[in-house]
Design a protein around this ligand. Structure first.
Ligand code: PLP
Length: 481
């Protein structure tokens, strides 16, 4: 059942707060033709307002209320200490136009984060300007483009594996490159013959290979060093999509594997709040040769901390300095954990995913039967043959109190169902989750209609997501109800 809109709860004359007397002299009202007779605002008592918004907030799924195994998204605990740090008055009251001399603390956080991310990635430097993973991708690819142009090289193509996240080809294309897809092998690793062919066929037109490690299949490509050598041998660069960095934190540094540029999703790996399209951050780390091309502004330490434009910068990505509140949270997270803590994260994340893989392997088909990294990829093909599609499995999980995993991605796996438990969950929660998944597999075999009609106890059942995204109703309108 749909929650009533606040307008429907409204009764004339009710109010929730008494406004304090204004601290400024009364102003003249605008001319009468600009005034409305009726201002359609809801009139409610305070308790009704509190209940209304509390109820609405509970209709949402969040990592604070439910396990959220959304593959590739790393929906991990957002430690509350991050919020305490980001809420320090010196940070929340800072103004982006304040002179650097008055914002040394904030700049120190950005500078420290640049350095720690570069160290974690094994690269020479980092920029914290990009405000999303996708924007980091664009920044990174533009850095590559600017670098190649500075060398007088005209390279127009970017190689992307067929398992890639949609933002990879979209980024390459937005930056003006043509995208060439490279096949994966049945075992999930990149097909080296296909890569060799692509490099030979497109020769010196290839600017970069964009690759995610571990891959979007949840697998560590065992040939990654060889791949980097092949790409470099053709004068092209290695772009790393770092969305899956959680699996490798402190274990291996992408720079040591041969990556030249990568982005890092702070709202994934570094525990900043994630979801609802809210602010994120997608810093990039680069090799020495690419430092002069980093986005502006960049934080340097010349005695005091200062903001500069790198000499051959690709320019600004936004009005100011990135999403500072997100940067402060990630900084707090890394400092709270230290090197040993970061290493423990990747170990627990990978262990948890492999535990889920082992518990569910009899009930669901594995896309690749080998040790997974931080997420495990199943196929719902068996259940589909029984009469319940992967979408139906996902919807049924809502009835059991779990946010559905990522489905139908990566595109190269039939009926894909990608589970990322993260390191945050206890064994008890993982077991309860696996029990629910096993029960659903049983239901698919015996009464698939139960899945096809799910969710049974959600406030709304199956929504037309495409129409909701294309024609959103954002405003209360009595006539639209
Ligand atoms: C999440 C993700 C992205 C995009 O990152 P955003 O921060 O959502 O813009 C890119 N690639 C992969 C593999 C991802 O999982």
């Amino acid at each position: 059942m749909l929650e009533p809109h606040a307008m429907q709860l409204s009764r004339p004359g009710r109010f929730a707060v008494a406004l304090p007397p204004p601290g400024v002299p009364p102003q003249e009202t605008p001319p009468p033709h600009l005034l409305r007779d009726e201002l359609r605002l809801p009139e409610l008592t305070q308790i009704d307002v509190v209940r209304h918004f509390t109820r609405l907030s509970q209709l949402n799924w969040s990592i604070d209320t439910h396990m959220y195994p959304l593959g590739s998204c790393t929906m991990k605990l957002n430690p509350k200490v991050n919020d305490a740090v980001a809420s320090l008055p010196g940070f929340t009251n800072a103004h982006p136009l304040q002179p650097a001399s008055e914002a040394q603390g904030a700049l120190a956080v950005m500078h420290g984060l640049q350095a720690m991310l570069a160290e974690i990635c094994g690269l020479a430097g980092a920029s914290v300007a990009p405000m999303a993973g996708a924007q980091g991708e664009l920044a990174g690819i533009l850095v590559i483009k600017a670098y190649l142009e500075s060398r007088g090289e005209e390279r127009t193509r970017v190689l992307v594996p067929d398992s890639a996240h949609g933002t990879n080809p979209a980024t390459a294309s937005m930056a003006g490159f043509d995208v060439v897809a490279v096949q994966s092998r049945p075992d999930g690793d990149m097909d080296l013959d296909a890569l060799r062919d692509a490099l030979e066929q497109h020769g010196h037109a290839v600017a970069a290979l964009m690759i995610t490690l571990p891959s979007t299949l949840g697998l560590f490509d065992r040939n990654i060093v060889r791949i980097a050598e092949m790409v470099h041998a053709h004068g092209a660069l290695m772009y790393g999509d770092g969305a899956n960095l959680n699996a490798m934190l402190g274990q291996v540094r992408p720079g040591d594997l041969g990556f030249d540029v990568m982005h890092i999703n702070l709202h994934k790996t570094f525990s900043t709040p994630h979801g609802g399209g809210g602010p994120g951050a997608g810093p990039i780390a680069v090799t020495d040769a690419l430092l002069p091309f980093l986005p502006a502004p960049h934080v340097v330490r010349e005695g005091a901390f200062a903001l500069i434009d790198p000499p051959h910068s690709i320019g600004r990505l936004g009005a100011f300095h990135g999403n500072f509140g997100v940067l402060a949270r990630a900084y707090a997270y890394i400092r709270a954990l230290g090197a040993g803590g970061l290493r423990a994260i990747s170990e627990a994340a990978v262990l948890n995913a492999n535990y889920v893989q082992e518990r569910l392997r009899g009930a669901y088909d594995l896309a690749h039967d080998r040790r997974c990294m931080h997420e495990v990829l199943f196929s719902g093909a068996r259940q589909k043959a029984q009469g319940a599609r992967t979408l139906d499995i996902a919807k049924r999980m809502i009835d059991y109190g779990y946010h559905p995993p990522t489905i139908y991605f990566p595109l190269v796996v039939d009926e894909a169902l990608m589970i990322e438990p993260t390191e945050s969950e206890t064994k008890e929660t993982l077991d309860a989750f696996c029990d629910a998944m096993l029960k659903i597999a049983e239901e698919a075999a015996t009464s698939p209609e139960l899945l096809r009609e799910a969710p049974h106890n959600a406030p709304l059942r199956r929504l037309d997501e495409a129409t909701a995204a294309r024609k959103p109703v954002l405003r209360w309108d009595r006539d639209s109800r």
